[in-house]
Write a protein that binds this ligand. Sequence first.
Ligand SMILES: C[S@@+](CC[C@H](N)C(=O)[O-])C[C@H]1O[C@@H](n2cnc3c(N)ncnc32)[C@H](O)[C@@H]1O
Length: 243
Amino acid sequence: MGKMDKNRIYELLSPGIFLFSNRNIPRFSPRATKVLFDIVLKHFGTELDTVYDPMCGNGISACTLQAIFSDSIDTILASDITDTGVAVTGHNLNMITAPEWINYRIHMLETQGDPKSERALRHRIKCAELYRDEYQPGVQPTEQKVFKADVFNPNAKVLKFGSIDLIMTDPPYSRECVWDRDEGDVPDNPVIDFLDSMKPFLSGRGAFALMFDRGVPLEFPGYDLVRREDLKKRDGYLLVPRN
Ligand SMILES: C[S@@+](CC[C@H](N)C(=O)[O-])C[C@H]1O[C@@H](n2cnc3c(N)ncnc32)[C@H](O)[C@@H]1O
C-alpha cells in the first residue's frame, strides 16, 4: 500500500476530484463503501473471491474497493444498465491502478480547463498527482470486468452461478435516480425482484451489502438482516439469503 493515510484517500476518490462523474448519477461518497465493507470483512472473517456491483453508476464503490481493499478481494465485477455508467466506471477503474490513465486525465484537465475556476482546476490536478505519486504504487490490481446488464435479467454469460461472495450496490433512490429497464416494465417491488434475480449467483457464503437513502421503509422477505449501519445520509444493510 502507498504511504498516504487511508483517510486522506477518500477526498481524492470523491467524484469530481479526479474521477469522472456523470451529472445524471447522484454523487456518491467513497466513505460509505469503506464503512460498509469493513463490516463485510468482519462478517466474512477472511478474503472474498468475487465482489459485484450490478448498479455501478460512476463506479465510485468499485474504485473504493479497488483502491482500499484490493488485498482482500480477488475479482471485482461491475455493471450498469446505461452505456454511460459502464464507460465511466471502466475509465475510473483504470485510473485507480494505472498511472498512464491519470496522466492522460491530467493532460485533459490542463488542456480543457475546469468550468468552475482556475483554483478548482489546480486542486483537481494536485489531487490526481498526489494519488498517482503517493498512493497508487501500493495498489494491487485485482481482476476486473465491467459490462452492461439489467439487474432484473442478469447476464449469465458473464456471471457464474454460485460464484459471487458479495453483491454490494447502491440501488436507485426514489427521487434522484430511478429504476430503469431496456425491455419490459420495472417490477412493482424492484428491491425484492433484484435480490431474487441475483440470489442464484451468490456463493454458499454469499451476502448482499446494500446502501439506501435514509428513512426509506424496507423489508426483505426471504433474507436475514445481519446488520444495519448508519452511513450518514444513507443506511447500509448486510443481508444473507434465508435457507
Ligand atoms: C444510485 S446510482 C449508483 C451510484 C454508484 N454507487 C456510484 O458510485 O456512482 C444507481 C444506478 O443504478 C442504475 N440502474 C437503474 N436501473 C437499473 C437496472 N434495471 N439494472 C442495472 N442498473 C440499473 C442506474 O443507471 C444508476 O447508475
